[in-house]
Write a protein that binds this ligand. Structure first.
Ligand SMILES: [Zn+2]
Length: 282
């Protein structure tokens, strides 16, 4: 079932057990635009089936928020213009030369080119894939692109992010809605989960320059302004106390600064910022 956010914005909720991120639909008078193409052709088909039941303008554009497989592997299913930023385009290129038969997939997993979860989803949701070739995006932009769907403006911007260096966000001004993809999450490097500390404040600034009230995240679905502000506050407070690779020092510093223990979220973030400094020091 699609969730209706307004008369012109819908989304399909993330489904964690199948590694499916949130997918978005923005409808103008003339065209509709999709945000992220799903983690597989099946995910894309499930979304398209839901859209068919709505009386909306034809889908003309698909924006990919970043080059993680779960956000773009359904791309071929859309008869639409696929739009990415130039960095996303570079990363997707690596997936275009892959083969999708079982033995190739296993080889990619063995060499850490692909996660085991990715292989599992491909095997489950892409039954006919021996000749599968991922298509190329159609429109590549550098930093910013504005699209008019017919009385419905969408602003696409590549922003700084703690998750990847190719994150695109999509802002719909007249609805005060912003699709963030995974940009506000951390990332995993060498099996360590971390938030890129140096990019936290620049990212929050990039997002806060848009006057938004609803925030859609890749694996959470939706947050209101109050919820996202709490999220920024917890991240910022955690980041401020991490000055070395010592978790103990960071927690002590947190207690001294805030006169309380960190809550579960803050503790999770503190660990992730400590991990970031560990990775920086390697
Ligand atoms: Zn991601």
């Amino acid at each position: 079932m699609l969730n209706k956010l307004s008369d012109t914005i819908y989304y399909l909720s993330n489904q964690d057990d199948r590694e499916r991120p949130t997918l978005g639909l923005v409808c103008g008078d003339r065209y509709s635009l999709i945000i992220d193409s799903g983690n597989s052709p099946q995910h894309a088909q499930d979304f398209l089936l839901e859209i068919e039941n709505l009386n909306v303008s034809p889908v003309k554009y698909v924006v990919i928020t970043h080059a993680h497989w779960d956000h773009f592997l359904g791309m071929n299913e859309f008869d639409a213009t696929v739009i990415v930023n130039s960095q996303t385009n570079e990363s997707i290129k690596e997936w275009k030369n892959l083969s999708y038969d079982d033995s190739s997939l296993q080889k990619y997993v063995n060499t850490n080119q692909m996660s085991a979860m990715c292989m599992k989803i491909i095997q489950t949701d892409m039954p006919n894939r021996d000749c599968f070739k991922l298509k190329s995006p159609d429109v590549i932009f550098k930093n910013k692109l504005t699209i008019d769907l017919g009385n419905k403006i969408c602003i696409l911007e590549r922003i700084k992010s703690t998750h990847t260096d190719d994150s695109t966000i999509i802002y719909i001004p007249d609805e005060k809605v912003i699709f963030l993809g995974d940009c506000a999450y951390g990332t995993t490097t060498n099996s360590l989960f971390h938030y890129k500390q140096s990019l936290l404040l620049p990212m929050i600034k990039d997002i806060q320059k848009y006057d938004a009230e609803m925030f859609l995240l890749g694996h959470e679905s939706i947050c209101d302004l109050n919820e996202i502000n709490i999220y920024w506050e917890e991240l910022t407070t955690a980041s401020q106390v991490v000055k070395s690779t010592s978790l103990e020092n960071a927690i002590e510093f947190f207690k001294a600064e805030n006169k309380r223990d960190p809550n579960d979220n803050e503790l999770f973030f503190i660990k992730a910022f400590v991990n970031d400094l560990i990775i920086q020091s390697q």
